[in-house]
Design a protein around this ligand. Structure first.
Ligand code: ATP
Ligand code: MG
Length: 235
């Protein structure tokens, strides 16, 4: 038997309103294996199932049918507490709209996942400042998200995602709200994290952005219609 990948979907379905006229198969029999250290873009048109796939991969949602094996564990067998531990420790999430908490400072936002891990205040401040330093925003730590540009806010969100040093980073349209130059900076940052060993899953509807990934998985109507590895078109 071959070794399981880091991430393995086996014939996964996510069906809304099953059996009704309004039934939607957001994922319609998806099987895929992603190994440690890969940089994968999941690309497809609006409604093709990208965010649904990320939600399943990120243990934010559970398949209607089929299995999700993460790091050798069938996630269906995990308790809610174990699932939230995985979300917090194993995966860093980055979203299009940053999802920062507006009334917390930049530093407090980045500290949040560390608080959930129960890391003591001194260590967590140091880890959060390290992460902010990595995205070039250490000197802005007292600021509120609203005092920063979109690109800066996304860098704060990246700092929050990497503060716990998760092995997997999942980014759903991370450049969607940014101008192209700032978007390229964010993509460059993901490339850098990948070179340092992180497994990256980048969700995008944009073929140009997908072209920066070594592997492209294309979805249409909840199915994988293409899965290929390419020379990276980068820099
Ligand atoms: N909670 C839900 N209830 C019912 N249908 C849903 C739900 N969430 C998603 N869908 C449907 O599932 C399909 C896939 O949605 P999904 O959000 O995964 O698409 P997407 O590829 O991320 O699109 P976009 O590029 O617009 O973000 C769509 O038809 C959507 O309407
Ligand atoms: Mg989406």
């Amino acid at each position: 038997m071959r070794m399981a990948g880091l991430i393995e979907l086996r014939n996964v379905y996510k069906i809304y309103a099953e059996g009704l006229e309004s039934e939607v198969r957001a994922l319609d029999g998806v099987s895929v294996t992603i190994d440690r250290g890969e940089f994968v873009a999941v690309v497809g048109q609006s409604g093709s199932g990208k965010s649904t796939m990320m939600n399943v991969l990120g243990c934010l949602d559970i398949p209607t049918y089929g299995d999700y094996i993460l790091n050798g564990t069938d996630v269906r067998e995990l308790t809610d507490q174990e699932l939230s531990r995985i979300r917090n420790k194993e995966i860093g999430f980055i979203f299009q709209q940053y999802n920062l908490i507006q009334n917390l400072s930049v530093l407090e936002n980045v500290e949040l996942p560390l608080i959930y891990q129960g890391i003591d205040p001194i260590d967590r401040r140091e880890m959060a400042m390290d992460a902010l330093d990595r995205v070039g925003l250490a000197e802005r730590y007292r600021h509120k998200p609203t005092q920063m540009s979109g690109g800066q806010q996304q860098r704060v969100a990246i700092a929050r995602a990497i503060a716990t040093h998760p092995p997997i980073i999942m980014a759903d349209e991370p450049t969607g709200a940014l101008d192209s130059r700032t978007g390229l900076e964010v993509l460059g940052f993901l490339q850098q994290l990948n070179r340092e060993g992180s497994t990256i899953i980048l969700i995008t509807h944009d073929n140009g952005i997908a072209a920066t990934a070594r592997r492209i998985i294309r979805l249409a109507d909840g199915r994988i219609i293409e899965d290929r590895v390419q020379e990276v078109d980068w820099l």
